[in-house]
Design a protein around this ligand. Structure first.
Ligand code: NG1
Ligand code: ZN
Length: 529
């Protein structure tokens, strides 16, 4: 049974503040200074989750991703590296909102009873954090939570979110996925990349905006495992010592939302650039075209590039019965969706926003490509597909080469979660293989002009999104008003949903011209405010 005295003693070190917390799309996320008690409660829950999985290792990542330096957050990771099962999110919320030891014990006993937890099982937790100043103290609080329930915790210190997911999966699969170390991660990615590009013509330097976050030093370490003759990378915005610079006028979100270059770049035509976010699970690519216009290659462009390349390989390798599919959200550009359906002729499925939804939908395909427009995504290979790539021999040289590339891709692409560094190498491997420039890649289709805005409302929970976030069922009558406005614009599309990570409502609009997309977004913001 629970050691009530120990729980009480440690909980008193992490008193709950007068704040209501919610485990949302991206776990808990808010100002770092109000998260101490939350971290303690997450430590408790991680132990129960590990016991539920008969002692398998559970991951905990302390990060607030692309949000400002003073924010922080935490997400739990399942043994195979996925996000916490949705059915446990409400337990996380209940534990985090317990104000007294009595309430906390009640919430704990509720989980134990409902999930029939065997408290005699061992419990193991691993934790990592990004570069935020509040991270170290928050890991200590989480650690106290783990200890309060008698679990063991290993602190991996600073790392990217996808590295923590990778390590969690490695620890639970006895080496089948890779070595459970930072070095093991670099080696796995570097080896797979080399298998695809060796002997092919190298491209020009990649300039990577590290958002002054953990992705910058991590990429510098990864680059040491890849010879300069096959890849040259230069990391810009790598000042992790100045906390306030994290994601400031830099990073994937800044570039995607603002559709402009980050600070720190003297951007010239011909330069190939990309931006990571603060925990390196997102990436977007960008460049100046011949006319000197800033051009963004976002998650939709990455997904279409990957899907097209993999379909070509599957065909060339003559592996039968491999269904490639794509998963998008409402934020996918209308042109991207049309290109996928009409030109690539790949089936596309839509899910609600949030990677966990996309991830599960992608698992339904043999090869499931999923990316949010903001650059968060990956490609999942089903166990059957991986087996087929290994058991098929191939007769011609072309078939053998295609098979070897497919096998290497299954190692190169992070199978647990979207990973900016893995995605960067995947894109580079494809561009090298196809000898394509950014402009060639970009020419597949032209994005419809779009605008993403956020609006502060008094209570964002009054907004209820349905149909994969494309419509609102509440407040009453609002959707009709949005529809009326949309219909006035050529190629007009707009939708509204409450954010899961910030206290705002997001408004997205698309139309034939940038001025019209801006205007439609502006009008819809006016309707909901
Ligand atoms: P919210 O704040 O719920 O819109 C944002 C992103 C999501 C997802 C999460 C998790 C947009 C419009 N929204 O969620 O796609 O990536 O963060 O980080 O990009
Ligand atoms: Zn992130």
């Amino acid at each position: 049974s629970l050691n009530n005295d120990k729980i009480d003693e440690l909980f008193k070190k992490h008193p709950k503040l007068d704040v209501t917390y919610t485990y949302g799309t991206a776990g808990f996320r808010t100002k770092g200074e109000v998260l101490d008690s939350v971290m303690f409660s997450v430590g408790l829950l991680a132990v129960l989750r590990s016991q539920k999985h008969s002692g398998k290792v559970i991951g905990a990542m302390v990060t607030a991703s692309h949000n400002p330096a003073e924010d922080n957050g935490v997400k739990l990771v399942e043994p195979m590296g996925e996000m916490l099962a949705q059915s446990w999110e409400s337990y996380a919320t209940e534990l985090a909102n317990a104000g007294t030891t009595e309430e906390l014990l009640k919430a704990l006993n509720n989980v134990i009873a409902k999930e029939s937890i065997d408290l005699s099982q061992p419990a193991k937790v691993v934790v990592g954090r990004d570069t935020r100043p509040s991270g170290e103290g928050l890991v200590a609080a989480l650690s106290d939570g783990v200890k309060a329930l008698g679990g063991t915790i290993t602190d991996y210190g600073l790392m990217t979110t996808p590295q923590l997911h990778y390590i969690t999966r490695c620890l639970n699969t006895q080496g089948a996925y890779g070595e459970p170390t930072e070095e093991g991660y670099y080696k796995k990615l570097a080896e797979a990349f080399k298998r695809i590009v060796t002997g092919k013509v190298k491209q020009s330097t990649l300039y990577i905006d590290g958002a002054n976050g953990i992705g910058a030093p991590t990429l510098q370490k990864l680059a040491k495992f890849i010879p300069e003759e096959i890849l040259s990378v230069k990391v810009v915005n790598d000042d992790t010592a100045t906390a306030s610079k994290l994601n400031l006028k830099s990073g994937a979100d800044f570039v995607k939302v603002g559709q402009k270059k980050p600070d720190g770049f003297d951007l010239q035509p011909g330069m190939r650039c990309a931006s990571l976010d603060g925990d390196a699970d997102r990436i977007v690519f960008w460049y100046l075209n011949k006319e000197g216009t800033f051009k963004l290659l976002d998650g939709d462009k990455i997904a279409t590039l990957a899907a097209g390349f993999i379909m070509g390989l599957v065909k060339a390798a003559k592996v039968p019965n491999i269904q490639v599919g794509l998963v998008q959200t409402a934020y996918a550009n209308g042109s991207a969706t049309a290109y996928v359906k009409d030109t690539l002729q790949v089936p596309v499925v839509f899910t609600a926003t949030g990677v966990k939804h996309l991830h599960h939908a992608a698992e339904e395909f043999d090869v499931g490509v999923y990316f949010e427009a903001n650059g968060h995504g990956t490609v999942l290979f089903s166990p059957g597909a991986i087996k087929a790539f290994h058991s098929t021999q191939g007769t011609t040289d072309e078939e053998k080469k295609a098979l070897e590339t497919l096998r290497a891709l299954t190692d190169l692409i992070n199978q647990t979660v979207g990973d900016a560094l893995s995605d960067m190498l995947m894109v580079e491997a494809i561009l090298v293989s196809q000898q394509r420039s950014y402009a060639d890649w970009d020419s597949a289709y032209s994005d419809l002009p779009s605008r993403l805005e956020k609006v502060k409302v008094s209570n964002r929970l009054e907004f209820v999104a349905i149909k994969a976030d494309t419509e609102l069922s509440k407040p009453d009558g609002l959707q009709q008003k949005i529809n009326q406005q949309m219909s006035k614009f050529k190629n007009g599309r707009s939708f509204v949903r409450p954010s899961g990570t910030e206290d705002v409502v997001r408004v997205y609009a698309e139309a034939d011209t940038q001025a019209n997309a801006d205007l439609l977004a502006h009008i819809v913001c006016g309707i909901i405010f």
